[in-house]
Design a protein around this ligand. Structure first.
Ligand code: APR
Ligand code: PHB
Length: 390
């Protein structure tokens, strides 16, 4: 088989890049290790920056997102029993975010690719990347038990943190930066109305909690838990009781509870790989970087990477100009590090760290007190939360 851009991974990064390229007439082929059902069953964060929405609209999938997405002009931060609203729209001169689940974004992209005749091979086993230092890279894998070889001009590694792309780069060509946080997030989905029409980020002496949603009748709630906790130790009752304890009484009392239909524990990590280009292999999204979910930057960063890479590939194929392709890594990393800093900052300010010294704990209390009392600090928070420009 041959294609112009072989894309590894059919998560949001791979599907969005694939659609944008397909729409300007650049041939793509996507290889995905998992089944389509598996890809569509993953539950992830659901806050879209306006820049991400613009990209999705350009890829032709604005309809359902605009109809079902919930516009949020602010969110709350609670500190033990106090409640403070962050007025995103007021502080940023009119910007907002949209709550629309990543699972829905992926579904819309999958449907769009099928409608427009894009090719995705699911359950592609043993994907291996070859000769990406040359102008004739190729990818091998097994599809339906058969060995296949895909010759291409470029490879886009959109295969997430555990994918094959980053791992095929020689160790001495890549530098990685990592911080693992000493706790996890226990999250549930439940068909109960959200406790508030805006998100609530709760900083509490018992640990962090987040009240989010997927729709007006479906809630997504999280609590900070121990890194080694087992899901079996967390019955629905125990979860609801703990969540309520971390919220101000007025909010806790009005919360409607019900059975959960999804429950999982996610570790928290910050990770960046530099650079994001190796010859004719480009890393995109989670393949190159991970942020903790506080602030919901993961999908939005994937979208800005796709923007920079798409511009570069368009320049190469349509205008015979490699300038933007050659600057992909530095342009993408500049925005990546700002989002990594912001996600680390929100995480550090709002969680309880078991390994923190009393001094560090006081500094973080003071960081939160300063933020909640200063319009200048809230403006910086809001500017980052709605998404830095690109
Ligand atoms: N071969 C082929 N596909 C692979 C391989 C492999 N060796 N390894 C992983 N994949 C697939 C995964 O099954 C997944 O479908 O690559 C895809 C990567 O998707 P994501 O992990 O969703 O990463 P990305 O598309 O960059 O999306 C970024 O999604 O993971 C969240 O927090 C993240 O919100 C962010 C966004
Ligand atoms: C979510 O809805 O899953 C969500 C929202 C905001 C975050 C993280 C996760 O910061």
């Amino acid at each position: 088989m041959t294609t112009q851009v072989c894309i590894i991974g059919a998560g949001p990064s791979g599907l969005l890049l694939g659609q944008l390229l397909h729409d300007i007439g650049v041939e793509t082929l996507i290889l995905e290790r998992a089944s389509l059902d598996h890809v569509l069953s993953r539950v992830r964060a659901g806050v879209l920056e306006q820049g991400t929405m613009r990209m999705l609209v350009t890829a032709g999938i604005g309809g359902r997102m605009h109809a079902q997405g919930l516009v949020h002009e602010g969110f709350a931060i609670t500190r033990d029993d106090d409640i403070h609203r962050i007025d995103l729209t007021g502080l940023t001169g009119g910007k907002w975010v949209t709550v629309y689940g990543q699972t829905e974004v992926t579904r819309d992209l999958v449907d769009r690719r099928a409608e427009t005749g894009g090719v995705t091979h699911y359950e592609a086993d043993g994907v291996a990347l070859h000769e990406f230092d040359s102008v004739k890279p190729y990818v091998t894998c097994r599809i339906g038990g058969e060995e296949v070889r895909i010759d291409c001009r470029f490879i886009a590694g959109c295969d997430g943190f555990h994918g094959a792309s980053r791992r095929s780069v020689p160790e001495d060509a890549i530098r990685t930066f990592e911080k693992v946080y000493p706790f996890g997030w226990l999250g549930i989905l439940s068909d109960v109305p959200p406790v508030s029409h805006e998100l609530i980020y709760a900083s509490h002496s018992r640990g962090f909690a987040l009240c989010s949603m997927r729709s007006r009748s479906r809630s997504r709630y999280y609590i900070q838990c121990n890194a080694g906790d087992s899901i079996d130790a967390w019955s629905d009752d125990r979860f609801w009781t703990e969540l309520r304890r971390r919220l101000p009484p007025g909010i806790a009392e009005s919360m409607v509870t019900g059975p959960s239909f999804e429950k999982s524990i996610a570790p928290l990590r910050s990770f960046v790989a530099e650079p994001m280009r190796f010859g004719n292999l480009f890393l995109v999204g989670d393949a190159a970087h991970i942020v903790p979910p506080t602030g919901a930057k993961g999908l939005n960063l994937a979208a800005s990477d796709v923007h920079y890479l798409f511009e570069g590939l368009r320049g190469h194929f349509l205008e015979r100009d490699n300038h933007l392709l050659d600057t992909y890594s530095s342009r993408a990393l500049d925005r990546v590090w700002k989002a990594v800093r912001f996600s680390w900052w929100m995480t550090t300010m709002l969680h309880r760290f078991p390994d923190q010294s009393p001094f560090e704990a006081r500094i973080m209390e003071s960081e939160l007190a300063y933020t909640l009392g200063s319009e200048a600090a809230q403006t910086a928070l809001a500017e980052n939360y709605v998404g830095l420009p690109y």
